[in-house]
Structure formats: structure tokens, C-alpha cells
Design a protein around this ligand. Structure first.
Ligand SMILES: Cc1cc2nc3c(=O)[nH]c(=O)nc-3n(C[C@H](O)[C@H](O)[C@H](O)COP(=O)(O)OP(=O)(O)OC[C@H]3O[C@@H](n4cnc5c(N)ncnc54)[C@H](O)[C@@H]3O)c2cc1C
Length: 401
């Protein structure tokens, strides 16, 4: 068993750490100021374009994509994991490096299932960082943790598909550069349960697409938005089908593997930052005659945080290695496992970090409160904990039946 990182990964790690220190952390408050001065929580701050140009200049661009394409070299999941962790320390780093959700998952399925025309029109500008995208599966009317419930209809009329449905929590759709939606719906409600769904590419400005409102997360208006939208008689050419008719469920599975592990990698970085903030605060604060760092209870939180983060990182790296060596499907138990373990681990570390900060911990003066809100939401997004536990338990029980 080899624990050291590859030379390429170590080189990128050093470059990325330097970029974070010199550009990303100092830009966090600038992003907030520019967004707040615009009066629009979904404003695209000009500094983001400067960060993107700098990241690109330093070769820190599209690191997430494991596939070699016409436009990318490809980097393995095991090499990407430590880099995504570094980006996860800041809420703005992933976008700066063109590695943010939901685009990464969308770019991956466009790479795997897109036609050359679809790739030229949508994948290429996404890889260039010129446009953003959203993935529209979840619906308010049905229990969407079971994707077979998705009710949005996609009917063929001549050379077009006509789409009708209502979606919500569609992340990224309010980004001013969002141009394309990958919509999941049913092309054949009478087929076998996992062959009823298809995915269709829908330009966001197609007539009939209406954004109704943004869904706030714990009261936060996230910059990229999580919108509720309707699709009414939305017409797109049949050439906008992604993959084959009836293949939507399989594509969703293909998308969720990398999407989920990327969330976990970034979440480990967020937990590391929370632990660092907790330690700094523990040294600085002095109630009842000694620093918080000298209090047994704080030392327990710090030690438990270190143990929990290191456990979660090893589990995530193992899942990444399995994806690289045996394929995403072979790694599905481990991907479900990290999707449960990592956000729950991080929430506990962040909670202790907030407690160590006193009232400041739940305010806007540290990144902790926003981190907590987002990572709590991750316990639903890309599958609730219970659904992942169910699939792990089914496989484990089957072994002994
Ligand atoms: C911030 C955020 C961003 C999101 N972004 C997107 C996006 O970009 N695109 C998109 O399509 N969706 C997105 N989602 C939606 C997310 O994927 C769904 O919320 C999730 O799949 C659960 O579906 P649901 O909300 O309909 O919950 P339901 O299906 O109604 O489930 C409710 C609860 O039931 C429980 N449950 C479900 N199954 C089981 C079981 N087998 N055993 C025991 N308990 C169970 C779980 O606790 C679950 O939380 C986002 C969600 C959030 C919060």
C-alpha cells in the first residue's frame, strides 16, 4: 500500500496552495463586497474573472476531469482528491479553477455521452469557463430521492421533444452565465422502471422555461441559486437527447459517482479549515484564567477532529483509487459510504469550531456558519444519507442471505 502522492499531484498541490494564499483567500472578502455592492445576491463579481484567468495561467484549470479529451489532459481521481480538498477550504476556489458543482458532473456526462456536436456546442464552452450549467432532476411533487418517481414528461413530436414538468432545488440556474440545463424526465412511462427516463439538453432561454423563485438554504441566498422552475411545452430538437432514450437513469448513476466524491473531497477541506480556525481561536481566547487551548474539552474536540478528518480522508482516497482502478460502478459502496461519513464528520468538526468562537461562530465574521449550512444540505443533495445507507445495507445483507 502506497500512501505518498504522485509527483504530478504534489506539484499541483504546491501550485494550488500558493494560488490560494496569494489570490483566493484575499479575494473572499472582495467577492462579498462586490456582490453586496451590486444589490443582487446572484451578481457575478468581476474579481472572479480575474481569479479564473490567474488559475488558468498557473495550469490550475479543469483538474477534475479524469478523461483525456480534445481539450483536456485528464487527471486521475486519486490525484484530484488532495487538490479538491484544498479548493474546498474556500467557497470561491472551485469556480476560480473551473472545478465547481454542478458543472463538473455535467461536463463529465457530456464527455461520456455527448455527441461531437453537443460537445462542441456545450462541453467546450463549459471547459473554457465561458458558460455555466445546471442539472434538473428533483421535483417538488414526488419523493425525488427515488429517481424512478421523476414525473416530468418528455414526449416526442416529429423531430422535437416537448417537455412539461416542475423542478426545484436546481443549483446553478441563477448564475448569470448559466446557459444549459440537463433535464431528466420520462420518455416512456410504460417501460421497465429504470428504462423510463431520458436526459435532454435544454438551453435555459428556450421558450417555456420559467424560473419561479430561489430556494434559500438556512436563509442563505447562494450565489448560484437553487431554483424552482417550470417547463411548459418546452420544445427542443431530438438531437438534444443525451445518450439514448431510456438511458437517463444509467446516466444519472454515472454522473452521481464523480459528483459525490468531489463533494466529499471538498468537504474534507472545509473541515480542515474549521479545525484550523478552532485551534487559532483556542489559543487566542482566555476565559476563567487560561486559554481555551488549555481546556480539556477543547483538546478533546481538536483531537477528535483530527482523528475524524484523517479517517474520512483515507476512506475517500480509497474510493477514488477504486474508481480509477476498478471503475465507478465497482466503487459504488465506497462512494455511498463516504457520502454518508464525510458530511456528518465535517458537521461535527464545524459545530465544535463554532462553539469555540462563541457568538461570532454563527455570524458572518467567520466562514463557519455558511459552511455548516451548505454541508448540512449535502446530507440531502446527491442522495439523502438514508438512501445511501439503504444501498450499502442491501449489498452487505445480500452477502449473508
Ligand atoms: C442545497 C441543495 C441543492 C440541490 N441541488 C440539486 C440540483 O442541482 N439538481 C437536482 O435535481 N436536485 C438538487 N437537490 C435536491 C436533492 O437531490 C434532493 O433533495 C434529494 O434527492 C432528496 O429528494 P427529496 O428532497 O424529494 O426528498 P424525499 O425523496 O421526499 O425524501 C425525504 C426524506 O425521506 C428519507 N428517505 C428517503 N428514502 C429513504 C429510505 N429508503 N429509508 C429511510 N428514509 C428515507 C430521507 O431522510 C429523505 O431526506 C438539491 C438539494 C439541496 C438541499
Amino acid at each position: 500500500m502506497e500512501f505518498s502522492l504522485s509527483p504530478r499531484c504534489q506539484e499541483l498541490q504546491a501550485l494550488l496552495t500558493e494560488f490560494m494564499d496569494e489570490h483566493v483567500y484575499p479575494a473572499e472578502s472582495v467577492v462579498e463586497e462586490q456582490v453586496s455592492a451590486s444589490g443582487d445576491p446572484h451578481h457575478h463579481p468581476p474579481i472572479m474573472e480575474e481569479l479564473k484567468a490567474e488559475a488558468r495561467r498557473r495550469g490550475l484549470w479543469n483538474l477534475f476531469l479524469p478523461h483525456k479529451t480534445e481539450w483536456t489532459e485528464g487527471l486521475s481521481n486519486i490525484d484530484y482528491a488532495p487538490l479538491a480538498e484544498i479548493m474546498g477550504r474556500s467557497p470561491i476556489a472551485s469556480e476560480a479553477c473551473n472545478c465547481s458543482a454542478p458543472d463538473t458532473g455535467n461536463m463529465e456526462i457530456l464527455t461520456m455521452f455527448g455527441t461531437p456536436e453537443q460537445q462542441e456546442r456545450w462541453l467546450h464552452p463549459l471547459l473554457e469557463g465561458e458558460i455555466r450549467s445546471a442539472f434538473a432532476m428533483t421535483e417538488p411533487a414526488v419523493a425525488s430521492s427515488d429517481a424512478t418517481n421523476i414525473a416530468c414528461s418528455i414526449r416526442r413530436h416529429g423531430d422535437d421533444y416537448v417537455i412539461n414538468g416542475r423542478k426545484w432545488f436546481i443549483s446553478g440556474a441563477l448564475h448569470p452565465r448559466c446557459r444549459i440545463l440537463i433535464v431528466m424526465g420520462k420518455t416512456d412511462p410504460d417501460a421497465a422502471p429504470h428504462r423510463q427516463q431520458s436526459m435532454v439538453l435544454v438551453p435555459i432561454d428556450t421558450p417555456g422555461v420559467t424560473v419561479l423563485r430561489n430556494m434559500r438554504v438556512f436563509g442563505y441566498d447562494d450565489a448560484e441559486g437553487h431554483v424552482e422552475m417550470t417547463l411548459e411545452d418546452v420544445r427542443v430538437p431530438v438531437s438534444n437527447l443525451l445518450g439514448e432514450e431510456g438511458g437517463g437513469f444509467a446516466i444519472a448513476q454515472a454522473r452521481l459517482g464523480p459528483g459525490r466524491i468531489h463533494h466529499c473531497m471538498r468537504t474534507i477541506g472545509a473541515a480542515e479549515r474549521a479545525l484550523e480556525l478552532m485551534c487559532r481561536r483556542a489559543h487566542a481566547r482566555r476565559p476563567f484564567g487560561k486559554t481555551l487551548a488549555e481546556q480539556g474539552v477543547v483538546q478533546t474536540w481538536v483531537a477528535d477532529g483530527r482523528i475524524a478528518i484523517d479517517q474520512a480522508r483515507l476512506y475517500t482516497l480509497y474510493a477514488a483509487w477504486l474508481m480509477d482502478t476498478a471503475g465507478n460502478k465497482a466503487a459504488r459502496t465506497e462512494i455511498s459510504g463516504i457520502k454518508v461519513a464525510v458530511p456528518n464528520m465535517a458537521l461535527e468538526v464545524i459545530d465544535h469550531a463554532m462553539q469555540t468562537h462563541g457568538a461570532m461562530g454563527v455570524s458572518q465574521d467567520t466562514p463557519l456558519a455558511r459552511m455548516y449550512a451548505w454541508i448540512r444540505a449535502l446530507r440531502f443533495a446527491d442522495g439523502p444519507d438514508e438512501v445511501h445507507r439503504q444501498s450499502i445495507a442491501r449489498r452487505e445483507l445480500r452477502r449473508w442471505a
